[in-house]
Design a protein around this ligand. Structure first.
Ligand SMILES: [Zn+2]
Length: 318
């Protein structure tokens, strides 16, 4: 189909182009550069600003933002998008829509996080992962079992809801995830996590977390990192996670968040973003309907995103 939406909720490509000093259109060195995205049909790409633990967090966030701004300006084929309508328009115009996300609220720096959030939002930030692989002053991470939301964490979540910024609980502790989802007035996403019942890894979601995210109207992006997928990871095992998440949360809760360019160990058959068609074929062979596949490809996420943005002024309930 000509203008089918295909969203990937987690691409670490900004880090690769920053470190390797290459372009988003580079023919080499990327798993989810323009050539691979086009080959695999991804036309909405959540590009992640990720400050590693050992970095000046705020500076790295801003460096990665600048890298992406430069690429968006330089390349006619890509456009920064801020809402589902812009996503659809980008795709209609045969462009690739870029969304920006911050992976870990530590990226807001040590000083005035509200001001930094405001700046990033103005620059087009659409989503925030509340933690990365360590607990921060806002919330506990799954990696160190750092508990739930702190006082300032509650404030951050409230501020994101007010602004219509998507809350992302991938990497968050179970406590944090359940706290946010059970009280959220809008959909919450886990941009790049799999099912704990299939592979018991702290980065994956327990059934109660899947259920809680689904109940907000949110989605879970399938992550392709082999240690999260399971032993001898291949397309079939990735599809098992999709089947399982849909069984617990419903088909409408499944999305894609590959983690390409995030130093992942790839499953057999899904070596880069150009290979995604094989996954849709696998799901089709398992009885997923056309509508359900369109859902996982992007419609589920766009529906959730619209709800996050709609009436975000009244999100004072949290
Ligand atoms: Zn991650």
């Amino acid at each position: 189909m000509a203008h089918a939406i295909q969203v990937d909720l987690h691409l670490d490509t900004p880090t690769q182009i920053f470190k390797k000093k290459i372009g988003l259109d580079s023919l080499r060195g990327l798993e989810a550069g323009l050539p691979q995205l086009k080959a695999g049909g991804t036309n909405i790409a959540m590009m992640v600003l990720w400050p590693p633990l050992k970095s000046d967090h705020l500076k790295r966030t801003m460096d990665l933002l600048r890298v992406m701004e430069k690429e968006i300006q330089r390349l006619d084929e890509v456009v920064l998008i801020h809402n589902p309508d812009e996503a659809r328009n980008a795709v209609k115009g045969s462009k690739i829509g870029i969304m920006l996300s911050l992976e870990g609220a530590h990226g807001l720096g040590h000083e005035n996080w509200k001001q930094v959030l405001e700046i990033l939002h103005k620059k087009g930030l659409s989503a925030i992962g509340i933690t990365w692989s360590f607990s921060n002053r806002f919330a506990g991470s799954s990696a160190d079992e750092g508990g739930g939301l702190t006082q300032v964490g509650f404030e951050l979540v409230r501020e994101c809801f007010r602004r219509g910024i998507i809350m992302d609980v991938s990497h968050a502790s179970r406590e944090t995830t359940l706290q946010i989802c059970s009280q959220s007035p809008v959909p919450v996403i886990a941009s790049h996590s799999d099912a704990y019942s299939i592979k018991a890894h702290h980065r994956n979601l327990r059934d109660e977390e899947i259920r809680c995210i689904a109940e907000t109207g949110g989605v879970i992006g399938l992550n392709f990192h082999a240690p999260f997928i399971g032993k001898d990871a291949d397309i079939k095992l990735v599809a098992d996670h999709a089947d399982y998440i849909s069984k617990i949360g419903g088909h409408r809760s499944v999305a894609l968040g590959s983690d390409f360019d995030g130093f992942i160990k790839k499953p057999r058959g899904l070596e880069d973003a150009g290979k995604l068609k094989a996954l849709w074929d696998e799901l089709r062979s398992r009885g997923w309907s056309k509508e359900q596949i369109k859902g996982i490809q992007g419609e589920n996420f766009l529906r959730a995103w619209k709800k996050v943005l709609d009436g975000s002024e009244d999100k004072k309930k949290f």
